[in-house]
Ligand binder design. Structure first.
Ligand code: PLP
Length: 507
């Protein structure tokens, strides 16, 4: 493809994206396809001859788009948002266009240095403690990982290696494998699945401690677990707390957890994958309590901050603990400025060697929206969730299962779980809006998350009308079924009476 054709292809693709995003409300959020529908429309081999880009865009429209769930639709109310923005989309395009990798400073100095700058911008925007800033004298700093899962895994692996080194010094009578076999980590039973997975990948069991009835993990539960485990000869390594759990966006009590971790030399990591964006708002300053005492934390820009997936910020109070744990060098990776400046070689802060120039899309997004625009976006999600919460409260057929938290409302139809389950089934069949279910104390509930690039009050009304109408229809169907069941039992009763009479007559 020559540059002339490349230009035409590029312009047509931008048009395609703009048409898709600007008409997204016209599509059902869930697709109609069945398993193999997409596979069956595609050839099983690479085309032998190059094909024209127009044909490829046509196939994208006719084969791929009908098989998509539309994550940027405001009617996508499942999970948490995975938003994007014009600046971020262009940023992603430019990353691919420039095509650099930045695992060490020399590989592309601006790639590393821009990341240092945007991570400090972000830390200041979120009002994080100063020791997380690169510009601070200390060993702290921020890095962009691909996902919250990777950030948690990095924290778990680094905490594990630091604990092994410490124990080898303090207990020379123990072999390394004996130490590794005794390590144990903690989190709440409300934490995201990625935390349990990090334990599996790090070959270190993670105990999921029961959060209280309010779904919050506190220091007393951690203290009890640590005391039991230490008495049984185990070695506590790390506690992963959540600020904004996936189920209900509950906030663990960081202050009380920090007190227990500090006493027991346990690393404290905070997963604020979704809620971290709210640290930027003065009205949410309570959420930041205790962050000055944590060792590391992660926050997904690809959730609340209009940067497209993948982009997960991670901050370390002492990055040397990660660097020491992960530093595996080769002569071809060395460069003359290595170790002479405070500028990091980010390959030591992450799992892969290669790394994308994600800082570019973050930089462009922040500059095109400004801090004011970012704060306005988060506040808009909160306001829209309040609108939805008021609608739930005003209809006596529904109840809230937990207090609304940021852009998430957890609610259910009153009565047994069957009604909520049938309601969700109908909504999924109709494909107009998309929510997922969760469970707490045996009660099934629905999670309504405000999502999309530009959700509006009318989108909330649309979703609520759909939910109300479908509940009315589920209840009507239940009444018909109950009446039919009543009639059937009456008939059976009547027939069994006839049977007895018949038998009696025969005798
Ligand atoms: N932590 C929380 C609280 C989440 O809600 C999620 C996903 O929604 C994750 C972690 C996992 O995020 P990622 O897909 O970036 O690994």
């Amino acid at each position: 493809m020559d540059f002339g054709e490349f230009r035409e292809f590029g312009h047509a693709s931008i048009e395609f994206i703009i048409n898709y995003l600007s008409s997204i409300r016209e599509r059902n959020v869930l697709s109609n396809v069945l398993p193999y529908d997409v596979i069956n429309q595609l050839p099983r081999q690479i085309p032998e001859q190059p094909e024209h880009w127009r044909q490829i865009l046509e196939d994208l429209e006719n084969i791929i788009l009908p098989g998509l769930t539309h994550w940027q639709s405001p009617y996508f109310n499942a999970f948490y948002p995975s938003s994007t923005s014009a600046g971020s989309i262009i940023g992603e395009l430019l990353i691919a266009g420039i095509g650099v990798l930045g695992f060490s400073w020399i590989c592309s100095p601006a790639c590393t240095e821009l990341e240092v700058v945007v991570m400090d911008w972000l830390a200041k925007f979120l009002n994080l403690p100063e020791h997380f800033l690169h510009e601070n004298e200390g060993p702290g700093g921020g890095v962009i990982q691909g996902s919250a899962s990777e950030a948690v895994l990095v924290a778990v692996l680094a905490a594990r290696e630091q604990a092994v080194r410490r124990l080898r010094l303090s207990h020379p009578e123990l072999s390394e494998s004996e130490i590794r076999g005794k390590l144990i980590a903690y989190s709440s039973d409300q934490s995201n699945s990625c935390i349990e997975k990090a334990g599996v990948l790090a070959a270190m069991p993670i105990k999921l401690l029961p959060a209280g009835a309010d779904l919050v993990l506190r220091g007393d539960a951690l203290k009890q677990a640590i005391e039991q485990d230490v008495a049984a000869g185990l070695i506590p390594v790390i506690c992963i707390a959540s600020l904004g759990t996936t189920g209900t966006c509950a906030y663990d009590d960081i202050e009380s957890l920090a007190s227990i971790c500090e006493k027991n030399q346990v690393w404290l990591h905070v997963d604020a994958a979704y809620a971290g964006g709210a640290f930027a708002l003065e009205e949410c300053s309570e959420l930041r309590r205790g962050l000055d005492r944590v060792d590391s934390l992660n926050f997904n820009l690809h959730k609340f901050m209009l940067v497209n997936f993948d982009c997960a910020a991670m901050w370390l109070r002492d990055a040397n603990k990660v660097i020491d744990s992960f530093n595996v060098d080769r002569i071809y990776l060395k460069h003359k400025h290595e170790g002479q400046t405070q500028i990091p070689d980010f390959r030591h802060w992450q799992i892969p060697l290669g790394r994308r120039f994600r800082a570019l899309k973050v930089w462009i997004t922040f500059r095109t929206l400004g801090a004011e625009g970012l704060r306005a976006h988060i506040r808009k999600h909160i306001t829209l969730a309040k609108q939805f919460e008021d609608l739930v409260k005003a209809d006596e057929r529904f109840e809230l299962i937990a207090p609304r938290a940021l852009g998430l409302v957890c609610f259910r139809a009153k009565g047994d779980n069957e009604i909520t389950s049938q309601l969700l089934q109908r909504l999924m069949e109709r494909k107009k809006i998309y929510m997922v279910k969760a469970e707490h104390c045996g009660q099934l509930f629905l999670r309504f998350a405000v999502c999309g690039m530009d959700p509006k009050p009318s989108d909330i009304d649309f979703a609520w009308t759909e939910i109300q109408t479908q509940l009315t229809s589920v209840c009507a169907e239940q009444q018909v079924n109950a009446r039919k069941a009543g009639e059937l039992s009456e008939l059976t009763h009547h027939l069994s009476g006839l049977h007895v009479t018949n038998e009696t007559l025969q005798r």
